[in-house]
Ligand binder design. Sequence first.
Ligand code: FAD
Length: 327
Amino acid sequence: MKERVAILGAGVSGLTSAVLFAQRGYRVSIFAEEVGQSTTSGAAAAIWFPYDAEPVDKVIPWALETYKILVDLSRDSRSGISMLELRNFSRASEIQIPAWAIPLGARRMDLSVMSSKVETFLTVLPSVFASGFALTVPLMDTTIYIDYLANRFGSAGGEINGNRRFEKLEDVDRSFDLVINCAGIGARELVPDVDLEPHRGQVAIVPKIDNLTCAVVCDDAPLMYAVPRTNDCLFGGTNELSGNLDADPISTSRILTECSRVLNIDKPRVLVERVGLRPFRKSGVRLERDLLRDGRTVIHNYGHGGSGFTLSWGCARTVLRLASESA
Ligand SMILES: Cc1cc2nc3c(=O)[nH]c(=O)nc-3n(C[C@H](O)[C@H](O)[C@H](O)COP(=O)(O)OP(=O)(O)OC[C@H]3O[C@@H](n4cnc5c(N)ncnc54)[C@H](O)[C@@H]3O)c2cc1C
């Protein structure tokens, strides 16, 4: 009989790890204060793209491993994953194409040629952006993908227990041999880990936008992205050091103004505002085995910053490997 595994956290890191462990025959239970759309994962744009996570020499291999799995999953219409062109722009300077993006087909965009196209938002590009590159990447529609992962986990025999807050990892019932810590920013108090800092992100969900078939992203301040999803469109964003989970109306107004300016559209109405705390860890993603004070093994899998979806499968596979080594 395989070990009993408790996974703390029902965001993308916990769910992805849970699917892998359950499919390998482990008896897995998830415990989490919040589940589904209420997690940070539920607020994410969830485009595959390494961003705001350290260290680069580990992040890129985990991201590339995840990319391959997400491409495969995008063939399953139930997953909520689609392959989408991501157009990454700079307002001020010549944008650098990251070395890892070139084998994935990243290509520089000629903005002067594109300005003559009819796509609504491209008509204003030369005045808004100085340069850009395009890359086709997986987009996870969180309104579908989080449920998809939870259903896969349930079908493999796992159970999710929501509304369960833990003060410390040792509080997990002794009947579980292995604890996997996927608590995101919650690990700051739970472990505790002062290296974690909340990189607050706010987004506005608006109705679907005609003709917007690619994601538009600009990392220069002010951070801006527009991501077309199955039933709506996600406008962002912010990235600030703050643990405030309340939506800020001034940020929403700024996001709407900038996205509408870039897309050359009238300001859409806001369906809902969402805030999440990217779990950024200054010394890098924590993915390692450790011992709890009661002698049980814990595997930490947190601190993915702005890349939790992008790293999800690569990190979950590493967790599984670490568990087999400890068995
Ligand atoms: C606006 C925004 C946009 C983003 N866009 C992208 C993107 O495009 N691509 C990308 O890859 N990433 C993106 N991210 C980052 C991504 O959302 C995070 O990296 C990811 O959600 C982290 O997932 P997680 O499962 O580790 O943590 P979370 O989703 O935060 O889940 C943590 C879980 O642990 C539980 N928990 C915490 N503490 C306790 C406790 N003490 N007791 C019990 N349960 C506890 C929580 O309730 C929750 O279930 C974005 C984030 C934001 C905010």
